[in-house]
Design a protein around this ligand. Sequence first.
Ligand code: NAI
Length: 800
Amino acid sequence: MKVAEIFHSMDYGNSPEATDMAMAWLAKHQEGRLFIAGKWQKAKGKTSIKTLNPATGEVLADIAKANEADVDAAVKAARKAFGKWSSLSGHIRARYLYALARHLQKHARLFAVLESLDNGKPIRESRDIDIPLVIRHFYYHAGWAQLSEQELSDYRPLGVCGQIIPWNFPLLMMAWKIAPALAMGNTVVLKPAEYSPLTALLFAQVCEEVALPAGVVNIITGDGETGEALVRHPDVDKLAFTGSTEVGKRIRELSAGSGKGLGLELGGKSPFIVFEDADLDSVVEGVVDAIWLNQGEVCCAGSRLLAQEGIAARLLAKLKSRMAKLRLGSPLDKSIDLGAIIAPIQRDKIAALVAQGIEEGASCYQPELRLPTQGQFYPPTLLYNVSPAAKVAQEEIFGPVLTMMSFRTPAEAVELANNSRYGLAASLWTDNINLALDIAAKLKVGVVWVNSTNMFDGSSGFGGYRESGFGREGGLEGLYDYLKPKWYQDPKTSLETQPQVTQPQATQPQVEALVENLSDPSIDRTAKLYIGGKQSRPDSGYSRAVLDPQGRLISHVPEGSRKDLRNAVEAAHKAHSWTSISGHQRAQVLYYLAENLEVRAPEWQKRLSLLTGQSAETSALEVELSLKRIFSYAAYADKFEGTIHQPPLRGAVLAIPEALGVMGIICPDERPLLSMFSLLLPAIALGNRIILIPSERYPLMATDLYQVLDTSDVPAGVINIVTGPSASLAKTLAEHLDVEALWSFRPELVSMVEKASVGNLKQVWAPLSLPNWADDKAASGRDYLRKASQIKNIWIPYGE
Ligand code: NAI
């Protein structure tokens, strides 16, 4: 070919990456061993799984399928290693993490080639994106290990972490799981995906090279059954999963009530929003990165292109011409854009969804590319004229398929973007910084990229809202998922050994005197529910008796039901302005509430003693502490601030804590006034709207609030109170698809609420042991605020 011809076609030849080193490594690792307790062990399971090269269909290796006994051996090894590893100094753990990073760097090319062979992703990506990010993740977390004693001294590690990862970014997902876990002093059993286990095995070899203590990292290969055995293992303290929403939901159900920590990073259908002032050439390159990185097999792929009407046609034309220039081919060719799809089943799923999209009315554009005859490939695909309700606009396709829709106004863009059960990420493009930040705040997603896309770094948390899961990986926010506060009791403490609230009891004459108070007309004996700022009768028409410790009737409270909860949830949704006003405004409202309650302190004291039988002094202390909690959270309302992360980038990543939304709170019976305020206040201070189920035994502590709420400035619908049977009300709230989070502080309900919450994967905080409510450190402060919020990371690169 002549130079002039090359200039004309701008074509370039093949540039294949050598595979001899990777093949030599593979030849030595054909036996399919597991890495347990620092040794390569033959699996007890007799079956094996073949891992194939997606680009050719050739068998790369025979991989062991770990069975229950293997999982047990790995968990035991991790448990054994935990004591020593967690008691090493942060500095020593940091040295190991640095060593891992350096050794990863040393073998970078081998890792990259092996990753592309096993997963089918272009070598350009594994070499220039995946592996550098992996190395950076270990360096970054080595730093946190070093600083853990200074910066995180109130926390301790969780223990043994069971980690299950998918096939789309095998080594990167492994790094996201292992690095923070180890840095914080946990030990790990990790199961890579059955389609792409090779780089995890190579990583095990690196663990050997750096002489990581035996059992700190255990790598077991296998499929979903192996994963499930790990999930079920009773001696695992924390589960971290990345993969499909379907399996994430199953893990939520399987682990319910076990006390295991849980982090889920699931699917997405992320919007890519283009406003009409955006630079369209940059947008087109952004789209290429958003949806064709890794063949679109990316949980946060910008798979829904939302274009403002004025530029939609122009953008469509530009996109089509850019798509025609994309190169698809052997993943080991350094000059291709798209590699192979992981497996035939995935390719078929993509093809079926595209066919359905066309059937539902979408127009389809695919450039004329010659697909390789071997392996499984799928061309870059654009579906336009897609209706927002179409399956292809709602379902995660997990392939190189972009759906395009248009919008008229910014408000419509937000509405379309949020019209998804997912909430992982969003990318938005505009030259107007005011518009960008306004929209970023309104999107219900965990990560927003402004004029950029698919940016990741160890320093910045990644994770979703809604059915995209919960928990964060990366950044300081990600570390808390591998820690528990020092005050927290081991969740495996059985319920019988829960610390009982011991309080001096009131003497008989004191109780008599209190009962006399019943004739006091100031005591409201006909409590109602409190919904949308109004007292209302229960739909059921039933009431339940509230008795004193001697069994005498004090009052009746309504028996709340599903219907009442539905009304309460609706009222809470209407009160959305509480979430958007400033922390300062919320603080003012809460100070005023505290002052109003303070005036009534003597009444509260009497009431507490009457109901619980506790002494006047104990009640006085409980009221005093309750008021202190309210004042503290009023103060916190504008002081629980975000951070600016510092990834290696010219720009800023704003990590902003946002309210979870509409929350249910199920209160315990212990210290009924204090525990209620300890839970309610952090939640509302950060802008959540609440459906509160007060103590089942002492509900009057909540119904007595109504008058105060009526005369305070708390807007209608921010606090809704439904009395009645905790278990059935908790279940209804856990199942309710419009409730975004649930705190259940009744240990007997943990299993039920965690299981029932699976429908919309709401965030549940349901500890198996309760704090000492009188202890400020254990029952108030930042841990509660953290649980009442979720971090949104907004990436803002800058410069012309
Ligand atoms: P998957 O969710 O089934 O697999 C992910 C990991 O979970 C693998 O290691 C697998 O062995 C393990 N696993 C499977 N069943 C399990 C169980 N019952 N208990 C414990 N572990 C289990 O994902 P799969 O089948 O590979 O892909 C199916 C679909 O999931 C894809 O088409 C895609 O839409 C989505 N997906 C999403 C990912 C994401 O990052 N959001 C990653 C991979 C897949």
